[in-house]
Design a binder for this molecule. Structure first.
Ligand code: HEM
Length: 412
């Protein structure tokens, strides 16, 4: 559905709905409409679920400039903020502030509480453990029946185990927290979904924080519990932060692993390159290209302009909503020539799949490390790996905030 935007400089232009659909049979490409908009201009008006018409940023230069612009706020309480869905709007005044929804000093304060376990050095030290976990899961797949589901058996299992361990959340609860994370992460979540999904998880984590206050361990929930004890933050704030990390820490990496495996199976020459690489730099570059080629963040990072901002010849007015859409930016031909080609040796500059600027992903080193281990290990250990169903039959997550797969049936 499209219609006309009246009474503004854009009055002659059609305003397309957002989110947009991907083209059938092209699971890696951003939606064609977003690509078409980006061909002429790096930002355009779109219409979202509540009828408002924020700016959709699709261009690489424009997205990097707005990701680093302090006038583009993440404070979702400001009127005009383009919420993901009704669920997020319905909880906006109930949710404590967190790293995702705070600006400037408040953001720095929250971010400091989270970032220590995810620094490059700390994450690098986990490599042997993650390699072991990946190998164990591949052993189990090889010992089991065919076809095997690589989502349940590998892509979801590895990041979930790792983040559970880092947070101090019992892995036995994985099914419970995945179910609620899925509900909360639905692209079209209603108020009930939000209450049931993220709300239930926040209550679960609040309980866990109280357990760790009396019985701490070497993990992030215990660190947060310690801060609650010392009066630095409330238990609700701590639970909100931990919920964010728990959801962001497994669903995203699982989605990126799943879609990347499919992209590699569809591009056997590139898969061979990754399989045969032993230089860590080559592997690292290959993972950046997979992140560029299949950007799983598909519903746009949201901001609101607190002052007028000029971008690519357009003025975003104070009070207007902004959607930073990394998938088309990662396919912007001005930056990445022939963007529809998966080229693991590409050297066209940094991809923006982890965002950019002060809110860039806290877990990016962890996600990179997991991808750098799981993907080449899988290709080496199961060199005859193939899809067990046609590409068109794979159940991609078109209805989730982050792209991925519900199932990935493979044989070998
Ligand atoms: C491939 C996997 C991942 C992708 C594609 C991804 C993507 C992103 C993106 C695009 C942002 C920027 C948000 C914004 O600017 O509005 C972000 C932020 C964040 N990510 Fe990730 N992420 C991934 C994995 C992880 C993991 C493993 C963790 C676990 C720690 C994590 C935790 C976070 C947190 C806490 C933020 C908020 C940072 C802030 O607002 O300062 N992410 N992520």
């Amino acid at each position: 559905m499209t219609d006309l935007l009246h009474g503004s400089a854009d009055s002659t232009q059609e305003v397309p709905d957002f989110p947009m659909e991907r083209a059938p049979g092209c699971p890696f490409a951003p939606p064609p409409k977003a690509m078409e908009l980006n061909a002429s201009r790096q930002l355009s008006r779109v219409r979202i679920w509540d009828g408002s018409t924020p700016w959709l940023i699709t261009g690489y230069d424009a997205i990097r400039s707005l990701f680093t612009d302090a006038r583009a706020s993440v404070d979702d309480r400001i009127p005009g903020y383009p919420h993901w869905n009704e669920g997020m709007l319905s909880t906006v005044h109930k949710r404590p502030r967190s790293v995702f929804t705070s600006d400037a000093e408040e953001h720095t304060r929250y971010r400091r509480m989270l970032s220590r376990p995810f620094t490059f050095k700390r994450v690098e030290a986990l490599r042997p453990a993650v390699q072991r976990i990946a190998d164990d899961h591949i052993d189990a797949i090889l010992a089991g029946p065919q076809p095997a589901d690589l989502v349940a058996g590998l892509a979801l299992a590895v990041p979930t185990l790792v983040i559970s361990e880092m947070l101090g959340v019992p892995y036995e609860d994985a099914e419970f927290f995945q179910e609620h994370a899925n509900k909360g992460m639905n692209r079209y979540a209603t108020a009930e979904d939000a209450a049931e999904g993220a709300g239930t998880l926040a209550r679960y984590l609040k309980k866990l924080i109280h357990v760790k206050m009396d019985d701490p361990g070497e993990n992030l929930v215990s660190d947060l519990a310690e801060r609650v004890k010392s009066g630095e933050i409330t238990d609700r704030e701590a639970a909100q932060l931990a919920t964010g990390v728990l959801i962001a820490g497994h669903e995203t990496t699982a989605g990126q692993l799943g879609v990347s495996i499919v992209a590699l199976l569809e591009n056997p020459d590139q898969a061979a390159l990754l399989r045969d690489a032993d230089d860590p730099k080559v592997i690292a570059a290959a993972i950046e290209e997979l992140m560029r080629y299949c950007s799983i963040i598909q519903t746009g990072q949201r901001r609101i302009a607190t002052e007028d901002i000029d971008v690519d010849g357009v003025t975003i007015r104070a009070g207007e909503g902004i959607i930073l859409d990394v998938a088309p930016a990662n396919w912007d031909a001005r930056q990445f020539p022939a963007p529809d080609r998966l080229d693991l040796t590409r050297d066209d500059g940094p991809q923006v799949g982890f965002g950019y600027g002060r809110h860039q992903c806290v877990g990016q080193q962890l996600a990179r490390m997991e991808l750098q281990i799981v993907l080449p290990t899988l290709l080496r250990r199961i060199p005859t790996l193939r899809l067990a169903v046609a590409l068109e039959e794979l159940p991609f997550k078109h209805d989730a905030l982050a792209y991925g797969l519900y199932e990935l049936p493979v044989s070998w």
